[in-house]
Each structure stands twice: as C-alpha cells, then as structure tokens.
Design a protein around this ligand. Structure first.
Ligand code: ADP
Ligand code: MG
Length: 272
C-alpha cells in the first residue's frame, strides 16, 4: 500500500547508494544499477543528491536539461536509458562553488522528492555525497528509505570508512542492503591475467565482519571508466559484456535484499 503521507507516495522502494569516501565509484554504481534495474522492466528514477560532486548528469549523458514545467507544476525529470533523472547539477553552474549548509541541503532534497514528477516508480536510486553528513541524515528523515548500499574499494582505508557508514545507517534505522566492492581486480584484456591492483576480497571480508550481505564485486576496467566519461553506462553501451554482467548481478542481489527487508518490515508491522 502506498504511504500517502510520504513525500513520494508513488515510489515503492528507495535505495541510497553511499560510500565512506569519494572516488570509490559510487556514482558509477548508482547509474549502472539504475539502468540495470530499468533493463529488467522496472520503473526507475535516479536522484543525484551529491551536493559536492553531482556527476549523474555527466555519467548519464544529460548535461543540461530544462526541468522546469509551467507555473505551479512539478519539475519534469528527463529520461535517459529508461531512467528518470533529477540532479542538483541541473541547477548549479558546473564550476561555481556553492557552500551547502545543512538546512539548504535539507530543503533541496525535500524539493527533489516532493516537487519532481516522478510518476509511479518501482525503484528510486539515490546517489549521496560521500561520508556521513547532512544529506544522509536529511534523506533518511524525509523518506522511509528501503535500504542503503555501501560502495567500497578493497583498500583498508575505504573499508574502515564503510564501517562508519554502516554505523550511521543503523543509528537512523535504515537497513543496509549490503556492500559492493568496486575496482576489485583488473583483468588484462590482452593476456587475461588478473591483477589485484587495490587488493581483492576486502569487501566480502568486511561484509562478513560487519554482518551485512555482500552484493558483489566490479572489476577495475577501461570500458566502465569510458562509459562514465562519455555518458553511456557500460550496462547500456556493452550490455553483453562481463562488466555489464557484474552490474546486472548486483542489481539482482539488490532486488533480493529489498524483498527480504520489505518482508521483514511487513512482519514487524503485523506483530506490532
Ligand atoms: P564517486 O562517485 O564515488 O566519487 P565515481 O563513480 O565518480 O566515484 O568514480 C570515480 C572515477 O573512477 C570515475 O572516473 C569513474 O569513471 C572511475 N571508475 C569508477 N569505477 C570504476 C571501475 N570499476 N573501473 C574503472 N574506472 C572506474
Ligand atoms: Mg559521485
């Protein structure tokens, strides 16, 4: 049943993509996850709340969009690769520094939820800024998040930051759907040898230690980086590649975990 009191009553599941630090591939995961979900026939939106580096427009190939409807109407999210998009980047000039204070972040996110014409969605994927700041708190207070995924790279520092992210989501009662290890290993396209540039397997080990599911790993790969820079996510540009397969598996794992936490939440309501 849709929750009519919610700012987004027609959105079934809201999944936040987070990371302890920047540059680990959070946006890359968010865009490929959103497109992979849409490829499964689901209705998907992608909301870019990364006030410090709104890169969704670049990675989805929609750098500028006229999102304003007529007077008194909701904002119109452009659609790309079957995904409806909204980004703070559509409103802020690319190279002008904006100092975002907590209340500004809160009201921007509130507007993106309430004033955007998302329509009926199965999934709203939200790209968050790195760390555990105002955007994370605002989002978790403004909508009942279905869950969060944490993107990490295999290095120790990144894993340590994931622990902080997990603690924060637990504090605000947001289920952590699992950990994704990005830039996991490099498969040489020539000799096919695998090199663990940032080591490998740390994400899986961290998930085990922290007691959350491991959702999968994504190799460090040229096509993934180029796809991001060119605004065509690898799952759309090379849908049959192993790289796209890695994101597809993660989309499947996210759907599974969402089913589990949703079933658990329903059970809890019945017991109460
Ligand atoms: P974040 O959102 O966490 O700051 P990005 O998604 O912007 O990180 O990724 C940072 C950079 O690393 C981008 O240039 C992106 O294309 C690249 N990148 C991310 N994941 C991979 C990967 N698996 N293989 C190769 N390059 C990647
Ligand atoms: Mg980013």
């Amino acid at each position: 049943m849709p929750d009519q009191d919610s700012l987004i009553p027609h959105v079934k599941h809201t999944v936040a993509v987070s990371s302890g630090k920047g540059g680990v591939g959070k946006t890359t995961v968010a865009v490929n996850l959103a497109v992979a979900l849409a490829q499964r026939g689901l209705r998907v939106g992608l909301l870019d709340c990364d006030v410090y580096g709104p890169n969704v427009p670049l990675m989805m190939g929609v750098k500028q969009a006229d999102v304003h409807g007529s007077e008194g109407q909701k904002l119109n999210p452009p659609e790309r690769y079957g995904v409806k998009l909204m980004s703070i980047g559509f409103f802020v000039p690319e190279d002008s520094p904006v100092v975002w204070r907590g209340p500004m972040i809160n009201s921007a996110i509130q507007q993106f939820l309430r004033d955007v014409d998302w329509g009926e969605l199965d999934y709203l994927v939200v790209d968050l800024p790195p760390g555990t700041g105002d955007a994370q708190l605002s989002l978790s207070q403004l909508v009942p998040l279905t869950g969060a995924v944490i993107v990490t790279t295999p290095q120790e520092v990144s894993l340590l930051d994931s622990r902080k992210g997990l603690a924060m989501f637990q504090k605000v009662h947001v289920p952590v759907l699992g950990i994704i290890e990005n830039m996991s290993s490099f498969l040489c396209p020539h000799c096919k040898e695998r090199t663990d540039i940032f080591s490998h397997g740390g994400g899986q080990a961290a998930a085990k230690t922290l007691g959350v599911p491991f959702l999968g790993e994504i190799p460090i790969d040229l096509a993934i980086r180029v796809g991001g820079d060119e605004g065509r996510p690898v799952v759309d540009g090379h849908p049959n590649s192993p790289q796209a397969g890695a994101f597809g598996n993660i989309a499947g794992a996210v759907i599974e975990q969402v089913k589990i936490v949703t079933a658990a939440a329903t059970k809890l309501t019945i017991i109460q």
